[in-house]
Design a protein around this ligand. Structure first.
Ligand code: URP
Ligand code: ZN
Ligand code: ZN
Ligand code: ZN
Length: 491
């Protein structure tokens, strides 16, 4: 048959449109859009009847940590490119953007990129791309930004916290200036590291060490201060920035003010800031450690509402998982439980920061029923593609141009609500922070470049390890291609 796959009768959703029509796929691309039912008798290798169900561009998760060495001094991430991307496709995600971390001792960013590329090659179930995580912006590293672009990397991440990673403001300016000149978007982890170290010391002096004190050590003001400073540094350079994993409405407000001024400020939030609260850190024993991430989950319904509002009103550009997996049930230092001989009951300072979530991101958000289907696609697929230069190959359904990456849901009548259970997930982690949360939907099929890689009712993971390809990225679609050069004399 001419077509490789035909998807019939679905309610097809993009960031712009929602309508019932048929799709035909050939050679890995969306090839034809046709009125509903028109392709019914067209021969195809595979036919999927999506009657009554949403059909969307596959999820793009632009914040995933895989196969990372213990950069934070707290153990290596539990998922590699095989298990992490297996988990992604089971949750409807077709492309991830993960991190290529520069070790502080590493002068060359290209070495860091090669190292991570080696870990991903022939291992992935879904397509992937890399952000360069910069821990040491030496002159050589900055000089390599042009070469990063040639290698298809158009974003870097920097940190305002973590001893091993924290950059000073002058170093941030160096990065922003070079990023601006080379068409790179700078992702910023905005927490004031000095304040948080000071707060941690205060808590330690009082022997307040339980997991919940992780949140106490990082109050909202420490996030909104750093967010404000990141925006100010970006404004000085006139460079686009993306504030990663925003947890608090206070920080979202700072971001919205900057956006209203017309500054190129973008923002990301994550399911943990919609579905977890500070109380989750206070579960019995050391169970709260499972929900330790940075910034921490906030106060509950008021803060969650603020984040939902930011998703609805456009303050947030993207919704990512910040999948950062550590094994819980292990007494060794460096594992999530973080029990040490000195602190047999644990100490929040030693708990690896981060939660797994690449598989649950779409189902949790979809099931909350708070976003229109188009907004959902915008935040979870189209905007990540545009922001990070994957569009329109990814994040769209343009005939002849877009890859046939799809997530197909159930008709609402064909699935009963069920609780999330780690035993059904495909990552290499022994827990999910979302255990027991009820979802009303789950991806039924995931297709990547026209191939079904997840078929929930017939085989589950049916894709192949190594099918996932490295995707080169261009500059962000949100920024002008030829900015007027920055000049210090403008001030
Ligand atoms: O707690 C978190 N978010 N861990 C992952 C590392 C990071 O800063 O994104
Ligand atoms: Zn971060
Ligand atoms: Zn002590
Ligand atoms: Zn992260």
């Amino acid at each position: 048959p001419y077509y490789d796959c035909i998807v019939l009768n679905g309610t097809v959703v993009t960031a712009a449109d929602i309508a019932c029509y048929d799709l035909a796929i050939k050679d890995g691309k969306i090839m034809l859009l046709a009125p509903k039912g028109h392709l019914e008798n067209t021969p195809a290798t595979r036919v999927i009847d999506a009657e009554g169900a949403y059909v969307m561009p596959g999820g793009i998760d632009a914040h995933v940590h895989l196969a990372e060495p213990p950069l934070f001094g707290k153990g290596r991430t539990a998922d590699d490119y095989t298990t992490g991307t297996r988990s992604a496709v089971a949750g409807g995600t077709t492309t991830i953007v993960s991190f290529a971390p520069q070790d502080k001792s590493q002068a060359s960013l290209l070495d860091a990129l090669d190292e991570t590329s080696g870990k991903a090659a022939d291992q992935a179930y879904c397509d992937y791309s890399f952000h360069l995580l910069i821990s040491n912006p030496t002159a050589q590293a900055l000089d390599e930004f042009t070469l990063l672009r040639e290698r298809g990397v158009s974003s870097v991440k920097i940190y305002m916290t973590y001893e091993a990673l924290q950059l000073r403001d002058n170093q941030i300016l160096d990065v922003l200036l070079k990023a601006r000149a080379t068409g790179i978007t700078t992702m910023i982890h905005a927490e004031n590291g000095d304040v948080l170290d000071w707060m941690t010391k205060q808590l330690e002096d009082r022997h307040l060490l339980a997991p919940k004190y992780h949140a106490t050590s990082r109050p909202q003001i420490l996030e909104s201060e750093a967010t404000n400073r990141a925006i100010a540094l970006g404004e000085l350079i006139d460079a686009p920035i993306l504030i990663v994993h925003v947890s608090s409405p206070a920080a979202a407000e700072v971001i919205r003010r900057a956006q209203t001024k017309g500054l190129p400020v973008y923002a990301e939030t994550c399911p943990q800031y919609l579905f977890l609260t500070r109380e989750d850190l206070d579960k019995p024993g050391f169970e709260g450690a499972k929900c330790v991430c940075s910034p921490p989950p906030r106060e509950g319904s008021v803060d969650h509402e603020g984040i939902w509002t930011g998703l609805q009103n456009g303050t947030f550009t993207i919704l990512s998982s910040d999948h950062c997996p550590f094994i819980y049930d292990n007494a060794e230092m460096g594992k999530k439980a973080a029990i040490t001989p000195e602190h047999p009951n644990g100490h929040f300072k030693y708990i690896p920061n981060g939660c797994p979530g690449v598989e649950t991101r779409l189902a949790l958000t979809m099931s909350a029923n708070r976003l229109t289907p188009q907004k959902f696609v915008e935040l979870t697929s189209s905007n990540p593609a545009k922001l990070y230069g994957l569009y329109p190959q990814k994040g769209a359904l343009i005939p002849g141009i877009s890859d046939a990456d799809l997530v197909i849901w159930y008709p609402p009548t064909a699935i009963d609500p069920f609780p999330i259970s780690n035993s059904n997930l495909h990552h290499n982690v022994d827990y999910t922070p979302f255990e027991g949360k009820t979802v009303s939907q789950w991806p039924r099929y995931t297709l990547i470049r026209g191939q079904v890689v997840w078929d929930r009712d017939h085989g589950g993971i049916v894709g192949q390890k190594g099918y996932g390809q490295f995707i080169k990225r261009d500059r962000s679609c949100f920024t002008a291609p030829n900015p007027v050069p920055w000049s210090v004399e403008n001030f």
